[in-house]
Design a protein around this ligand. Structure first.
Ligand SMILES: Nc1ncnc2c1ncn2[C@@H]1O[C@H](COP(=O)(O)OP(=O)(O)O)[C@@H](O)[C@H]1O
Ligand SMILES: [Mg+2]
Length: 304
């Protein structure tokens, strides 16, 4: 790919939630710090919402990585589970053998949590894509969080989800769960200044040592088209770099950014139906024209 041409050690705008790239700026830093404080003070139940691509999964991973050695993280990426399925997933993550008897399973989970608390370990259950959780499972989750000693909760929960999560937990059937939530955070898109710092941060992590790679008009165009949503920023920056590379140019111009924007049909789709993104293979959606320009220069660059 283009990274050697721009003197980078790797691709800077991958879509995988790589915690090495975490940008602790503005609301991201606030969210991370507040989540850490909430869990360390045993707050019990927290909720983070944000539109697709605003950084929930990365924040969740960063939280689990930063929280400290007294915490045992349990990460559930896909919560489309039945109530029993949730208990099974939790039991598996805690290294327990599985039984189909719900009561016995809950007992086993409770005694494992008690043992962990005795050794000073606090279990944090992080549920990503929580908006997809069926209501009965949300209720089962509440029952799990009932487990406590006289002094403290045996398990803390962090829910990460799209704004529909707020609709689910407003349902009268799960209102007790809503009352349980002690702390909520909403992730917002980046403003222009934040986006510019975000792009430079990712470039630096990828090894960029120069002063500027994106021209101001290119940055303006990318902010307008992405509306400050990190996933869209990544896609547009990646494609802009491809376009500039294809022309053998080392400064990203407005034209390169416009080519990237034109090539990204998903910008509107994302808004309309929150299309499921094919993580990690997203650059395959670059049009063949953009690839062809890039490939022709790539051949030239490798030969010379
Ligand atoms: N704070 C951040 N620092 C660095 N990169 C981020 C940040 N927030 C989001 N991203 C990047 O944006 C993309 C989308 O983030 P992701 O966590 O998958 O969003 P969501 O889970 O909300 O859909 C990923 O490539 C991620 O690395
Ligand atoms: Mg996610």
């Amino acid at each position: 790919m283009y990274h050697r041409f721009f003197k980078l050690k790797e691709l800077p705008f991958s879509l995988s939630p790589d915690t090495d790239y975490f940008f602790a700026y503005g609301h991201y830093a606030n969210a991370l710090n507040t989540l850490i404080v909430a869990l360390r003070t045993g707050e019990g139940f927290i909720k983070v919402t944000g539109e697709v691509g605003t950084g929930k999964t990365l924040l969740c991973r960063k939280l689990l990585k930063t929280i400290g050695k007294n915490f045992t993280p349990v990460y559930i990426p896909n919560p489309q589970l039945s109530p029993h399925g949730l208990q099974v997933a939790l039991a598996e993550e805690l290294g327990l053998s599985i039984t189909r008897y719900t009561h016995r399973l809950l007992n086993n989970i409770t005694s494992r949590l008690m043992d962990l608390v005795k050794t000073g370990q606090h279990v944090v259950l992080c549920i990503d894509e929580a908006q997809a959780m069926p209501k009965e499972t949300l209720e089962a989750l509440r029952l799990i969080t009932n487990l406590e000693t006289e002094k403290q909760k045996l398990i803390q929960v962090a829910l990460f989800g799209q704004p529909e999560l707020d609709v689910s937990i407003n349902d009268p059937a799960v209102r007790q769960l809503k009352q349980r939530i002690t702390f909520s955070y909403q992730l917002e898109p980046l403003d222009q200044k934040g986006m510019e710092a975000y792009i430079m941060h990712r470039l630096r992590v990828a090894g960029f040592v120069g002063a500027q790679l994106f021209s101001q008009p290119a940055l303006d165009a990318i902010h307008k088209a992405s509306r400050g949503i990190p996933r869209l920023i990544n896609i547009l920056c990646h494609k802009s770099l491809m376009a500039a590379y294809g022309q053998g140019q080392r400064l990203i111009s407005q034209t390169h950014a416009q080519l990237a924007i034109k090539d990204t049909h998903d910008l509107e789709l994302l808004d309309l139906n929150r299309a499921q993104w094919k993580k990690n293979v997203w650059w395959l959606s670059a049009s063949s024209a953009l690839f062809a320009t890039m490939a022709s220069f790539a051949t030239y660059y490798m030969v010379h």
